[in-house]
Design a protein around this ligand. Structure first.
Ligand code: ATP
Ligand code: MG
Ligand code: FE
Length: 343
């Protein structure tokens, strides 16, 4: 059984196909992403109307390419992200998916984008639970307990203000590095001294919730540092600021994630979402998991940011488990919560 999945929650039009083998193994057949990122760059962030229009233009050709690359003419099921995300952007992908499902006469599966960010790790290493998942993206930063495939993801903690990806995007703007912030800050930090500036580690005090995060103070601290340097007429070592900021983010994320594994008894840590592509986070997570005897699973960077593989990862598990499809009446939900199961 082959399923086609469409992701359109933000500025990426992602289409992927996967095959569900009789034993339940899910094989990724193709994964094509068309991004409208460049169209948003001059505005310094995603413009919802531009994203919707870009999805509309990219959807059919991207589906065509994904089918061609997989060598499939007609899949046995269609799936799409129904939330969370931008309302108009989600509508384009979901309406398109329902149209394909109706035209091909195959079932439709509605998929949670956040569950997809976690589930996609199965394409890079197999079985997922029991585990703790760290979800770090542009709009979310959460620690989740994943006891089994069928249990709902349980939130252990989340950010009380900015998401980690949002902090990257804001700091990139402060540093004049453009949009999107993650990849440019990651690059700017190369060769920088990560111990040059002691930026604050939010929510790490003895009275703070152990699994909550805060990144807005860190962003403000970077802003103050730059202001002070400018007022004093000092030249700012961009690489040092970027590396020190990146270290602060990676330090808090990995220390809390490892502690969550210890607390829940999980022997495996999954990291997903756009920020999981970050080179320092990957490095530090590997170091700390190794020291703690935890198996670390981070998908290859291209599967961390938004893509269609996330959608067919979840849809494939649902099909393998014999879950009922959604109706064509299933509505998009821009504010959908993560608390569902992996299938
Ligand atoms: P959500 O998944 O919460 O709905 P989203 O889909 O917009 O939000 P993703 O596409 O998963 O988010 O991730 C995008 C975010 O990841 C952006 O904030 C971007 O700056 C960040 N990001 C991408 N690559 C890197 C990197 N190498 N280092 C740090 N952050 C990165
Ligand atoms: Mg994106
Ligand atoms: Fe995302």
């Amino acid at each position: 059984r082959v399923v086609l999945g469409i992701e359109s929650s933000c500025d990426e039009t992602g289409v992927a196909l996967s095959r569900v083998h009789p034993g339940g193994e899910i094989e990724l057949l193709s994964d094509v992403v068309a991004s409208s990122m460049e169209e948003h760059a001059r505005f310094g962030g995603v413009v919802p109307e531009i994203a919707s229009r870009a999805h509309l233009e990219a959807l059919v050709p991207t589906v065509r390419r994904a089918l061609d690359e997989a060598g499939i003419e007609r899949p046995d099921a269609v799936a799409a992200t129904i939330g969370p995300g931008l309302a108009g952007a989600l509508l384009v992908g979901v309406a398109g998916a329902k149209g394909y499902a109706a035209a091909w006469g195959v079932p439709f599966y509605a998929i949670n984008h956040l569950v997809g960010h976690v589930a996609v790790a199965q394409f890079d290493g197999g079985a997922l639970p029991p585990a703790v998942a760290l979800l770090v993206s542009g709009g979310h930063t959460q620690l989740l307990h994943v006891p089994s495939l069928a249990d709902p993801l349980r939130e252990l903690g989340s950010t009380v203000d900015d998401a980690a990806g949002e902090a990257y995007d804001k700091v990139a703007r402060l540093l004049g590095l453009g949009y999107p912030g993650g990849p440019v800050v990651d690059k700017a930090a190369r060769g920088g001294n990560s111990a040059a500036i002691a930026f604050p580690r939010g929510m790490t005090g003895p009275r703070d919730a152990p699994f909550d995060f805060s990144f807005s103070g860190l962003k403000t601290s970077v802003a103050r540092y730059l202001e002070r340097a400018e007022a004093a007429g000092e030249t700012v070592a961009l690489a040092d600021v970027a590396a020190s900021f990146q270290e602060a983010v990676a330090d808090v994320l990995t220390s809390k994630a490892v502690r969550a594994c210890a607390d829940t008894g999980a022997e495996r840590l999954l990291i997903g979402g756009g920020v999981a592509a970050n080179s320092r986070l990957r490095e530090l997570a590997a170091e700390r998991c190794e020291a703690a005897g935890i198996e670390l699973r981070i998908p290859r960077p291209r599967l961390c940011t938004d893509n269609g593989a996330m959608v067919v990862a979840v849809a494939g598990s649902m099909i393998a488990a014999g879950r009922m499809p959604s109706t064509l009446g299933a509505a998009t939900d821009p504010g959908l919560h993560v608390s569902q199961s992996l299938l």
